[in-house]
Every structure is written in structure tokens, then in C-alpha cells.
Design a protein around this ligand. Structure first.
Ligand SMILES: [Zn+2]
Length: 97
């Protein structure tokens, strides 16, 4: 209904920082470089096959091929959410000014 229409929008600036986000997801990051190592949450992993970029939130697994460009992509994949659902879940879906 037009009268009830509320414009919402994704605001990337509201996404949690990658370090905080992955910590909250229980993905323990190892190392000191921009790309950190971790156990992959998408397949049974015994050696750290998973890599996370702590500046962009991008992730990729050298073993199972899981990959994405930011914490939103990770959140969608891990929790089987659509884009808007994931953005809301991460607090990055706000009323437009
Ligand atoms: Zn994997």
C-alpha cells in the first residue's frame, strides 16, 4: 500500500567490522596479516583451509571453494538468508534519510 510504504535501504557502513563479526560467529582467526587463517565453517576442516580478509570481510576456502566478498556474503551463506534478511540481521538495513 502506498500509504504504508516505508523506504528502506542497505547501508554498508553499518555492517560490523570483519574482526568483530567473525569473532561473534565463532570463527577464530589466526595470523597477523590482512588475510587471516581459520577453520572453515562450511566443511569439516582439520587444518585451517579458510582465509578471511580483515579489512574487507572477504572469505575463501582453499578446500571446499566457499567464497564471498564481505561479512554480508558470509552471513547469507552460513545462515541461508536472502540479502535483505542478512542485512537486517546485521543491522545494516535502515530507513533512508
Ligand atoms: Zn571449506
Amino acid at each position: 500500500m502506498p500509504g504504508n510504504f516505508r523506504p528502506f535501504a542497505f547501508d554498508r557502513r553499518l555492517l560490523p567490522t570483519p574482526v568483530d563479526y567473525y569473532a561473534g560467529e565463532g570463527v577464530r582467526l589466526f595470523g597477523r596479516s590482512v588475510w587471516r587463517d581459520a577453520l572453515c565453517p562450511f566443511h569439516p576442516d582439520t587444518t585451517p583451509s579458510f582465509r578471511v580478509n580483515i579489512e574487507t570481510g572477504a572469505f575463501r576456502c582453499m578446500a571446499c571453494g566457499a567464497r564471498g566478498g564481505d561479512v554480508l556474503a558470509f552471513h547469507m551463506r552460513r545462515h541461508a538468508l536472502r540479502f535483505i534478511e542478512a542485512a537486517k540481521s546485521l543491522g545494516a538495513w535502515e530507513l533512508e534519510p
